[in-house]
Design a protein around this ligand. Structure first.
Ligand code: S3P
Length: 436
């Protein structure tokens, strides 16, 4: 389905964004590995997470949807050999975390995904898992499909070569069933949902500061998880789209309830505030061990800034929408240290540069960076090839709401991987988004 976004002066209303994708994957996975029953509220029912739910069934867990967002999982305390190939669809998080978890058990499993996922690097998890004793029975050039044989693992001390919560999480999940104490050193901190949730499921692990901004996470193997109650907060990476739309509008106020504000995820909010955004947090609270709050975005005149490269891990999925905000700012916004964006669902540096240029924005693409020269009036008037990337699609629709001429995206189907109901929710705020 093609979608078109047209200039919309006023955006106003109060909405709830869907559940956090990172936490949703982890909730299903830990629940399947745990003994006993887990109840999950607010689960993201996007395609990525539904693929993880199916995978957990294939590994022997009893996974049941009881009402919208309300799921019950009965785990067996371990994963069993799956009878079928595990297809994680578009989800890098799903496949990397599940491979880590599966490596801990004496089983063989084959993993695959869609065309985008088959192009993404898996060596970054296969390497440490192999060091722990897992065997890669087949994989071409570290890409999916991968067949893995697990069990009999030993602990490792591993320094992450890339700032990746997925790699850290894969190692920690394997480490649960490894002999000895595993230590993961992260030179730059990355989202800590796995650590928080492991604790909520009864595991004992320690996080200690390391070398300035980093951390060491250590955990002994041989621990059993027990089922828990999980409440999934709204995904800040999804909330980012209506928030930036609210900032770029001329009138109104957009309020998003119960957004996850974990500091390791909140880099975009910090950046937008530094750009002069009128963003407020209301009703800040703690829920299920995570900080959440209602985020209020009002029309703002933004100015370009240099985004500190060390902030990248806390907003890695938000650069596409930040680039859109930057297009409307006064002056240049410099985003560097973001080479990882080239190996996400698409090459997001290349696609944002191409999309913004097509809409009349002056952009400079670098190997690991993007510089956007903001302008008061963005022309728009382009058809964007999203290459099956949900965030590229949503970012350009938000651009179309603030540009002078309509912006089309070639295919909207993939938005449902992370944000089912995106267009409807945006329309409820007044956004002019329609099928063309
Ligand atoms: C995620 C980690 C990030 C992020 C992804 C979700 C996670 O990837 O881009 O959308 O849930 O751990 P990396 O850890 O590979 O940077």
């Amino acid at each position: 389905m093609r979608l078109q976004a047209r200039a919309t002066a006023r955006l106003a209303g109060r909405i709830t964004a869907p559940g956090d994708k990172s936490i949703s994957h982890r909730a299903l996975l830990l629940a399947a590995m745990a003994q006993g029953e887990t109840r999950i509220e607010g689960l993201l029912e996007g395609a990525d997470v539904l693929a993880t739910a199916d995978a957990m069934r294939a590994f022997g867990a009893d996974v049941e949807r009881r009402a919208p967002g309300a799921w019950r999982v009965r785990g067996r305390g371990s994963l069993a050999p799956p009878a079928q190939i595990i297809d994680c669809g578009n989800s890098g998080t799903g496949v990397r975390l599940i491979m880590g978890a599966a490596a801990g058990y004496p089983l063989e499993a084959t993993f695959t995904g869609d065309a985008s996922l088959q192009k993404r690097p898996m060596g970054r998890v296969l390497e440490p898992l192999t060091q722990m004793g897992a065997r890669v029975l087949s994989s071409e050039a570290g890409r999916l499909p991968v067949t893995l044989a697990g069990g009999g693992l030993r602990a490792i001390r591993y320094r992450l070569p890339v700032a990746s919560a997925q790699v850290k999480s894969a190692i920690l999940l394997a480490a649960l069933n490894a002999d000895g104490v595993t230590e993961v050193i992260e030179p730059q901190r990355t989202r800590d949902h796995t650590e928080r949730m492991l604790r909520a499921f009864g595991a004992d692990l320690a996080t200690t500061p390391h070398d300035g901004g980093g951390a060491v996470i250590s955990m002994a193997g041989g621990q059993t998880l027990s089922g828990a109650a999980v409440r999934v907060p709204a995904d800040p990476s999804s909330a980012a789209f209506p928030i930036v739309a609210g900032l770029l509008a001329k009138e109104g106020e957009v309020r998003i309830d119960g957004v996850l504000l974990n500091p390791l995820r909140a880099g975009l909010f910090e950046t937008l505030q530094a750009m002069g955004a009128d963003l407020a947090i209301d009703n800040a609270r703690e829920e299920s061990g995570e900080s959440i709050g209602d985020v209020i975005a009002r029309p703002s005149r933004l100015r370009g800034i240099v985004v500190p490269p060390e902030r990248a891990p806390s907003m890695i999925d938000e650069y596409p929408i930040l680039a859109v905000a930057a297009a409307f700012a006064d002056g240049d916004t410099v985003m560097r240290g973001i080479g990882e964006l080239r190996v996400k669902e698409s090459d997001r540096i290349a696609l944002m540069a191409a999309g913004l240029k097509a809409c009349g924005v002056d952009v400079q693409e670098e190997e690991d960076g993007l510089i956007v020269r903001g302008m008061a009036h963005v022309h728009g008037g382009a058809e964007i090839a999203t290459h099956g990337d949900h965030r590229i699609a949503m970012a350009h629709l938000v651009l179309g709401l603030a540009a002078e001429q309509p912006v089309n995206i070639d295919e909207a189907g993939m938005i449902a991987t992370s944000f089912p109901g995106f267009a409807e929710l945006m329309r409820s705020l007044g956004a002019e988004i329609s099928e063309v």
